[in-house]
Design a binder for this molecule. Structure first.
Ligand code: GLY
Ligand code: MN
Ligand code: MN
Length: 460
């Protein structure tokens, strides 16, 4: 992206943020919003900790993933936003670069001394209040930065979270790039798997091709071979492969300037334990792909994702009956929730700065929520779909012994011989990241576009 284009996108991004945040001040009566970046945490009795992740609202404003701990940001009505950026003199660690390229959009003040930063911040907050005004402070377990700060007021948080679902063009640009980097990782993973690589080797191939450090990933890579694919968020990576490679489920994303992709693909292995089982799994894979296409086709602004979740289970019922795994009519399988143990997670979620982005169950700006109905308790997205939301569509079909055993005990109409045949494959998930376009214009499938883009640019 050239500098001019980037500047234009940033200007538009800030105009959107600015006008919405001003409307939040208006609605809630606060005179300013103060964001704290947060601070590094350590493990128990240790001087090491997980990688620092700053307040996501600051990521949205600062358009970069590296934000130093103990930095603060003030948004008020009549002045440019002010960033108090902490850059300590530290010979143990490299300094986090300040976002100099944002000079046009905010006042940047860089401090090496934390005490001086706090004094300047207090002075600035006092000016913002000018009398009786109150400041909404959004930060993680910090004391109030100054008198008159109200910590984490729900009215402000609800509004800001609700708004984050719909992306600006600038944010979409970041997410497209995160999709391309993720797609590169997936291609490398697929290649490694077809040559017999272990989960761990696939993980390394993924990181290298995606250009990601492990700490940058939006979530830990899920690289699951054979029966591991039945564990929805399988977190380890075996260094060895077994005698047979039946399947690979890889759920892995990338992160560009704080914005995520979240992509899953499932493949048949090069050395399946049984040809008959491989044929059945291949048929299921193909049908799941068609099933995902049909679900994506139904995405329009105003659609109800809870209905789509039910539609996913209806199609799953048909697939399971057609392939002989479930032995009753599809309607009966659907109505008795027999498909739920075959796919106990939700169809998808909002995506953005966080992989499971905030506000998915929020109905409005005031924070009214819409909890998912039974039996879909894991569904993270229950609010009406809207233009420029980016969501995931990730239907699954798994053979999870601990869930299916309960059905066996209940005498459910399931062909247990076929289930036993399929357990060594674990399961299937196919996950794309999709942007809602205006009614009638279809969708932008960031994931498929990314795979197409890297295929076109690949050297023969
Ligand atoms: N990668 C986690 C999920 O798909 O929700
Ligand atoms: Mn997902
Ligand atoms: Mn995923």
């Amino acid at each position: 992206m050239d500098q001019n284009h980037r500047a234009t996108l940033l200007r538009e991004h800030y105009a959107t943020l600015q006008s919405f945040w001003e409307s939040v001040l208006e609605r809630t009566g606060y005179c300013a919003i103060l964001l704290g970046a947060g601070h590094q945490r350590f493990f128990f009795h240790d001087d090491q900790g997980p990688p620092f992740r700053p307040n996501p609202l600051m990521v949205q404003w600062l358009a970069q993933e590296k934000i130093s701990e103990n930095s603060w940001f003030i948004f008020s009505k009549d002045t440019d936003p002010i960033l108090f950026f902490h850059q300590p003199d530290d010979f143990w660690h490299a300094a986090t670069p300040a976002p100099e390229f944002l000079w046009d959009h905010l006042s940047l003040r860089v401090f090496s001394d934390l005490g001086a930063l706090h004094t300047a911040l207090q002075g600035c907050l006092k000016q913002c209040k000018s009398g009786e005004g109150k400041i909404a402070q959004i930060s993680e377990d910090s004391p109030a930065a100054s008198e008159g700060c109200v910590i984490n007021p729900p009215a402000v948080i609800h509004a800001l979270h609700f708004q984050r679902a719909c992306k600006t063009e600038y944010e979409l640009t970041k997410m497209r790039q995160a999709s391309i980097q993720g797609a590169r990782g997936h291609r490398a993973a697929q290649r490694a798997f077809s040559c017999g690589a272990s989960e761990f080797e696939i993980h390394l191939a993924y990181l290298e091709a995606a250009g990601m450090n492990e700490w940058q990933l939006p979530y830990g890579n899920i690289i699951a071979q054979n029966h591991h694919a039945s564990l929805l968020h399988y977190q380890y990576q075996d260094r060895q492969t077994g005698e047979h490679l039946n399947s690979l489920l890889i759920d892995a994303g990338a992160n560009v300037d704080g914005y995520a992709s979240d992509i899953t693909r499932t493949y048949i292995g090069p050395t399946c334990y049984s040809q008959a089982a491989a044929d059945l799994f291949a048929e299921l894979l193909e049908r799941m792909q068609t099933h995902q296409d049909a679900l994506i086709y139904q995405l329009v602004p105003g659609a109800n994702y809870v209905d789509l979740q039910a539609a996913m289970h209806q199609s799953l019922a048909r697939i399971l009956v057609d392939t002989g795994i479930v032995k009753c009519e599809p309607e009966e399988a659907f109505n008795s929730d027999l498909t739920v143990p075959f796919c106990p997670h939700g169809l998808g979620h909002l995506l953005g700065i966080q992989v499971h982005d905030v506000g998915g169950q929020q109905l409005d700006i005031d924070g009214q929520t819409n909890p998912p109905p039974e039996p879909y308790a894991s569904l993270r997205l229950t609010r009406p779909l809207a233009e420029d939301m980016v969501i995931t569509v990730e239907p699954g079909l798994y053979f999870i012994p601990m869930l299916l055993e309960k059905k066996r005990a209940e005498g459910a109409p399931i062909d247990w011989r076929l289930v036993e045949l399929l357990i060594p494959f674990g399961g299937i998930r196919i996950e794309d990241n999709v942007r809602l376009l205006p009614k009638g214009a279809g969708v932008e499938n960031l994931t498929r576009d990314a795979f197409a883009n890297i295929s076109e640019s690949a050297t023969p």
